[in-house]
Design a protein around this ligand. Structure first.
Ligand SMILES: Cc1cc2nc3c(=O)[nH]c(=O)nc-3n(C[C@H](O)[C@H](O)[C@H](O)COP(=O)(O)O)c2cc1C
Length: 325
């Protein structure tokens, strides 16, 4: 069984399926099973409190898989940014060959990685940003539609338009991201001009994902309406699972004139992590996409990847083939 695309060939990965970087999820426990299943997983650099701990996490992942895997470097708009150069050094010295960058102005990071022969996939939410990353010399683009978990940007363009609009202009391999969970989605992404899919929420709802069972069960129960957009008024929109805390944040924003300080106590990372430790899906903010509406079970990563590929192949070879001529 194999679906070969420009992406699988360029990155030496068996399947055109990627697990994007996820804060507090992208540990070795998530990434190694993804690699072993023939897909491409990303550790999340900033989930590790220091560059030294990232180096250890890379080494730990290598003990759990001999397949390719990567590291996500999320570039945050911060007054006091994390020591990015040191995180990059940990990635380079760790022998990692693929990096996913996300966020604004990745140029210095891209340049540094390219000097060391590392392939870069830049994740973005607009065609103009994809083109600018292509000019910077990245090897592939991951384009995130409005459906996605995390940061969908401010343009609100769903994947059905964003993916082909980007495919019309981007020349390098491209991954479609946001709203993908199954074989139908993979075939649709390929039909729209992408070379593979990037998934976040779906990989969170697997046996191996290092998150509390209560969160996995809540995402299975939720349908496609259970997300909320927060930080809209701060022009830093985030799509999160709809829960008690997200509803409170949205209510404060709806009153108008909200500043980050007004919601900080609700959205604090510490609070989110405590909710995760205690298994309380209403205790803090948690990134999740509309694709929750397509998630009905908690398979192993291997089962999930195999099922996506088998279903995609059968749709292409049987359902679609039978429609032609
Ligand atoms: C829990 C969670 C945390 C995430 N954290 C990050 C992050 O730190 N950096 C990043 O670039 N993307 C992050 N994302 C976005 C994913 O990498 C991916 O782009 C997104 O989930 C795709 O949409 P989907 O959830 O509909 O598949 C996160 C997503 C989730 C679900």
């Amino acid at each position: 069984m194999a679906i070969e695309t420009r992406f699988t060939k360029a990155f030496g990965v068996k399947h055109p399926i990627v697990q994007g970087g996820m804060q507090w999820v992208g540990y070795a426990e998530m990434v190694a099973p993804v690699a072993n299943a023939g897909a491409l997983g990303f550790l999340t650099a900033l989930t590790q409190p220091t560059p030294e701990l990232l180096a250890k996490e890379i080494a730990r992942t290598k003990e759990m898989t001999d397949k390719p895997f990567g590291v996500n470097l999320t570039i945050l708009p911060a007054i006091k940014p994390p020591p990015y150069a040191e995180y990059r050094q940990a990635i380079i010295e760790g022998g990692v060959k693929i990096v996913e960058t996300a966020g604004y102005k990745p140029q210095e990071h891209v340049d540094h990685f390219k000097q060391h022969g590392i392939k870069v996939i830049h994740k973005c939410t607009a065609v103009r940003h994809a083109l600018s990353a292509e000019r910077m010399g990245v090897d592939a683009i991951s384009i995130d539609g409005f459906e996605c978990a995390g940061h969908p940007g401010e343009d609100d363009i769903p994947g059905l338009i964003l993916i082909p609009a980007a495919a019309n202009k981007v020349k390098i391999p491209m991954l479609a991201s946001g709203g993908f969970a199954d074989g139908r989605g993979l075939v649709a992404a390929l039909a729209l001009g992408a070379d593979g899919v990037n998934m976040g929420t779906r990989f969170c709802v697997t046996q191996e994902a290092p998150i509390h069972e209560a969160f996995k069960r809540r995402m299975v129960e939720n349908d496609e309406r259970q997300t909320q957009l927060i930080f809209r008024t701060l022009h830093n929109t985030a799509r999160v699972m709809k829960n008690a805390v997200s509803t409170e944040v949205a209510a404060i924003e709806a009153r108008g004139g909200a500043k980050f300080e007004d919601v900080q106590h609700l959205v604090a990372g510490v609070r989110g992590r405590q909710a995760m430790t205690e298994g309380d899906p209403d205790g803090g903010i948690w990134s999740a996409g509309q694709v929750q509406g397509l998630i009905d079970d908690i398979p192993t990563v291997q089962e999930l990847v195999d099922r996506i590929i088998a279903d995609a192949e059968s749709i292409i070879k049987t359902r679609l083939a039978n429609m032609v001529g």
